[in-house]
Write a protein of this length. Structure first.
Length: 162
């Protein structure tokens, strides 16, 4: 049998057949050549041991259940991507990078308002009811509210959405 016919029968290049023949692979029959290759080559050196036929590490053969599961996962991901693209076209999604300056301005204005609130509350309660309230107690409550507000970080929200 010629190396060309053996290469065609095994689905290999003539160069691969010549290399293996030089290492001792019989070229008299396809069966003998296959047996030699199975015995003498590592799985990564054989197309039978590789899923894609290219050099690399051996990959286990996929079962039909694996292929079906992979197809289901791909279809689900494609559907979710189409849904997101539709929502974006319909204006239902907000780009957090565009929203961040507005949120920062709102939080800054709210912070300023909260900081000035303690003194006004103390003055308003005294003027309306004649009762003196401890300014430090009101300020502590305001600072507690500000600490909760400070815990919300728009930048972290952007990184979670990416």
């Amino acid at each position: 049998m010629t190396q060309k016919k053996l290469a065609l029968a095994l689905g290999l290049s003539e160069r691969t057949i010549a290399t293996c023949a030089a290492k001792g692979m019989p070229t008299t029959s396809v069966a003998a050549a296959r047996k030699w290759r199975e015995t003498n080559l590592m799985p990564t050196q054989s197309r039978l041991g590789r899923r894609d036929g290219n050099p690399g590490t051996a990959a286990p053969a996929a079962t039909s259940a694996d292929l079906i599961n992979e197809k289901v996962l791909n279809e689900r991901a494609a559907r979710q991507l189409r849904e997101l693209e539709l929502a974006q076209r319909q204006g239902q999604l907000i780009n957090i990078a565009q929203l961040e300056p507005t949120l920062s301005a709102v939080f800054a204005a709210f912070r300023t308002e909260l900081l000035s609130m303690a003194d006004r509350i103390v003055e308003d309660v005294h003027a309306a009811h004649g009762i003196r309230i401890d300014n430090e107690m009101v300020e502590a409550r305001v600072h507690s509210a500000m600490a909760q507000l400070a815990a919300f970080n728009v930048s972290e929200l952007r990184h979670k959405s990416e």
